[in-house]
Design a protein around this ligand. Structure first.
Ligand SMILES: Cc1cc2nc3c(=O)[nH]c(=O)nc-3n(C[C@H](O)[C@H](O)[C@H](O)COP(=O)(O)OP(=O)(O)OC[C@H]3O[C@@H](n4cnc5c(N)ncnc54)[C@H](O)[C@@H]3O)c2cc1C
Length: 309
């Protein structure tokens, strides 16, 4: 039997996270099918068909899937589930919104945030803010799994999958799409950025004015602690951590961040971590490769100016 991946896309291209799910799905040694939902998925189907390791692309186009709601995504998954051994998605907001609903409708467990797929329906997933790795075996016949994107490389191009089209089930009536408000940014996407500059609540109202120029200089994404988000200094879609986005960039700069376990859970796998904190005993220094004990309002502008030279 095959593996079905719930794909995430912008209408033109697959998200990097879906390519990471494709890599993860190879662990089953079974044909991998990619499910595209949308109003018109013709363009993204061409992109998806090129992904190495994908045997088949399934398009489900309908007006009500232009902005797919969890209820409608789940009803497509339920309709297709009988043909698959596993349904897999990246552990992103889009997939986390839909897959639990499908799992409930199918009456099977969802194994979430998996970092290793060991075979025989066994998985490794972090628990307790990443302090413990649990080995889990799922006895269900159908496996529903989300994967932590930072644990898997993105699949490249080189494939030539067949593309098929299926009719969508009728739209649900319990909810309807009304509007979408997006934070428009020309910075890289947080989850896949090569450089992330994160700040804590100590930045206050100067969050953007202090960190923004450094992010621009390094072509990085901005991240924030939950304390900074809760205080209204940073938007909640850039929260890094256990209850935010998990990142593993080449370079993570943590400015004015204490290093609480819930924050570390979202960034400690970064390749190089630079911490700026005026408290030499701050926990963030325990995971940092480079530590600067300084006032961030001095150190960050100096760093930005030095990089400009
Ligand atoms: C269930 C749960 C889930 C959570 N999920 C998350 C999550 O996903 N992400 C997350 O980040 N947190 C999360 N938290 C919150 C977490 O426990 C911490 O409260 C939070 O990360 C602290 O944020 P902070 O480092 O900005 O603030 P603080 O802990 O207040 O630290 C501020 C730091 O800034 C330093 N500082 C202050 N002024 C300066 C200055 N001028 N120059 C240099 N350094 C300075 C201080 O020395 C201090 O170390 C969660 C908590 C719970 C209970």
């Amino acid at each position: 039997m095959s593996i079905l991946i719930l794909a995430e896309h912008d209408g033109q291209q697959l998200k990097q996270s879906t390519r990471q799910a494709v890599t993860a799905a190879q662990a089953w040694n079974a044909p991998v099918h990619l499910l595209l939902l949308g109003g018109d998925t013709a363009a993204v189907a061409a992109d998806a068909a090129r992904v190495a390791g994908v045997a088949q692309v399934i398009r489900v186009d309908a007006a009500h899937l232009e902005h797919p709601l969890a209820e409608d995504i789940a009803s497509v998954l339920v309709a297709l589930a009988g043909d698959y051994q596993a349904i897999v998605g990246a552990h992103t907001a889009f997939v986390k919104n839909a897959l639990p609903r499908a799992a409930a409708l199918l009456d099977v467990a969802l194994i979430a945030d998996v970092i290793e797929i060991k075979g025989n329906n066994s998985y490794v997933r972090p628990i307790y803010a990443g302090n413990v790795l649990a080995s889990v075996t799922n006895a269900a016949g159908l496996q529903l799994v989300t994967i932590r994107t930072t644990a898997f490389d993105a699949a490249g191009n080189g494939g030539s999958a067949a593309v098929t089209t299926l009719a969508a089930p009728a739209a649900g009536t319990l909810s309807r799409w009304v509007a979408e408000t997006r934070n428009v940014s020309d910075r890289p996407e947080l989850a896949t950025a090569r450089v992330v500059i994160s700040g804590g609540r100590s930045l206050g109202e100067r969050f953007e004015s202090v960190l923004g120029p450094l992010a621009q200089q390094l072509n990085g994404a901005l991240g924030a602690t939950r304390a900074a988000v809760d205080a209204g200094f940073a938007p909640n879609d850039i929260q890094v951590g256990q209850t935010g986005t998990v990142v593993a960039p080449e370079l993570y700069i943590a400015a004015g961040i204490s290093g609480a376990a819930q924050h570390l859970a979202g960034m400690k796998d970064s390749k190089v971590i630079v911490a700026i904190n005026h408290d030499p005993d701050a926990a963030i220094f325990q995971v940092a490769d480079f530590g600067i004990v300084a006032d961030l309002f001095d150190a960050v502008p100096q760093l930005t100016a030095a990089l400009k030279q």
